[in-house]
Structure formats: structure tokens, C-alpha cells
Ligand binder design. Structure first.
Ligand SMILES: [Fe+2]
Length: 231
């Protein structure tokens, strides 16, 4: 485990202020940041792992009496540390819109139908090789109020803890070939070389015949090759 984390992680970060992404105008700091050294408990403290996960939490299609509407998919990958080593027994949480692009949330405004058989949240822990796997529904694109005719590319939100509290990462997974990438300021705010790390790859080898397509999304917490954080 690292005794401190390299500053090179920040090279994958979007800038705090990115005016095309309107929320950053109000929330970005106006003062120079103050560096605070990492403390021992931040690096060695207890973490969330398998004990947080109940049976079935990794299957978002099985949380209600009926099956949700939409395209069933498998989303899987590995969680890796800054040196490319697998991170075992770490908590991976996801949340997402349904197949129509609608979140089950009281502030949701998009006039698309809710699915009574889909909540849109799940969790899993990585195994000894750092692997995780979810079964879910492919989310739809949805509009948001950032600018006229603004639509988010289909995405799944991820929270990953990694080897320490300081390595916690909140990010979004996208699907290959989405035509909305070029018009999405959240995606465009990521440094160009790091954007491909946010896009899952279609995985025929793990696609289950007659049942579900698979997508692979490996996540690197911290370091030069870090998966960029997104809100
Ligand atoms: Fe979202």
C-alpha cells in the first residue's frame, strides 16, 4: 500500500472551473487550495468491503417482483491500484437511470416513465483478483438543464473505495460509440487523453448467449492511469 499518493493522479481530473458545465461556476473554489498531509488513519483506517453487500445486491434486475423493462446487460471489470495491482474485497456501488432515462428520485424532472420493477442502485465487492460484476439494464440518455437541448450520454454512476479512504473514487461509466460524447460538457471537461478510461468496452467473451450483452469497465483508483472522477 502506498504511504502517500502521487500528485500525478490530478492529471486525470477535470478542472474545478469549467464554464461550459454550469454547476462548476458556483461550486469551484476562488482561493488557492491548501495542501494537507495525508494522515495515517486515512491510509490505514477500516474500509467498506464484502460485509456491506447483501445477496442479490449485484443484480439490479432482481430487486422487485417482476423484471424491469429494457436491455439486460452485464457490467464487470477489475478495480486496480496505482501500480496496476488488483484491489480485493473493496466496495463497488452503482446508481443509474432506467431504460427510459428516468431516475427514481423525488427531484427528478424528466417526463419519462418510472419502472415499478427498477430502483437503479446496486453494490458488490471485488473478489481476490479485484473483479466485480453486476447484472442491470442499459440506462437511457436523459435531458438536463445545463444548456439548450442538453442530453447526458447513457451512463452508470460508480463509487469505488479502493485500498484506502483517500483512494475513494466517484465516477461515471459510458458506453462505446455514444453520439452524445461530443456535446456533453461533463465528458468534455475530462482531459482528452483520459476520456477513453471512462468508456466501457463491449465484451463478447462474457456476453451470455440468448440472455445479456456484457460490457467491461476496469477502474484504476489513484495514480498516473487513474480513472477520472466525474460527479
Ligand atoms: Fe446521471
Amino acid at each position: 500500500m502506498a504511504a502517500s499518493y502521487p500528485r500525478s493522479s490530478l492529471e486525470s481530473f477535470p478542472p474545478a472551473l469549467y464554464p461550459d458545465y454550469k454547476s462548476t461556476v458556483k461550486r469551484s473554489p476562488r482561493q488557492e487550495l491548501v495542501r494537507i498531509p495525508h494522515t495515517l488513519s486515512e491510509l490505514t483506517g477500516p474500509l467498506y468491503g464484502r460485509e456491506s453487500v447483501r445477496p442479490g445486491d449485484d443484480d439490479l434486475t432482481g430487486q422487485h417482483p417482476g423484471e424491469p423493462i429494457g436491455e439486460r446487460i452485464i457490467v464487470h471489470g477489475r478495480v486496480l491500484d496505482e501500480d496496476g495491482r488488483p484491489v480485493p474485497n473493496t466496495l463497488v456501488e452503482i446508481w443509474q437511470a432506467n431504460a427510459c432515462g428516468r431516475y427514481r428520485h423525488q427531484r427528478e424532472q424528466h417526463p419519462a416513465p418510472l419502472d415499478p420493477n427498477f430502483t437503479g442502485a446496486g453494490r458488490a465487492a471485488t473478489d481476490a483478483q479485484g473483479c466485480y460484476r453486476f447484472v442491470t439494464i442499459k440506462p437511457g440518455a436523459y435531458p438536463w438543464g445545463n444548456h439548450p437541448n442538453a442530453w447526458r450520454p447513457a451512463h452508470i454512476h460508480f463509487s469505488v473505495f479502493g485500498p484506502s479512504f483517500l483512494s475513494r473514487l466517484v465516477t461515471q461509466m459510458y458506453f462505446p460509440g455514444d453520439p452524445l460524447f461530443a456535446f456533453d460538457p461533463i465528458f468534455q471537461s475530462i482531459p482528452e487523453r483520459a476520456r477513453p478510461r471512462l468508456i466501457s468496452s463491449f465484451d463478447l467473451g462474457n456476453t451470455v448467449p440468448d440472455w445479456a450483452l456484457a460490457y467491461r469497465f476496469d477502474i484504476v483508483v489513484r495514480g498516473r492511469d487513474e480513472t477520472p472522477p466525474t460527479p
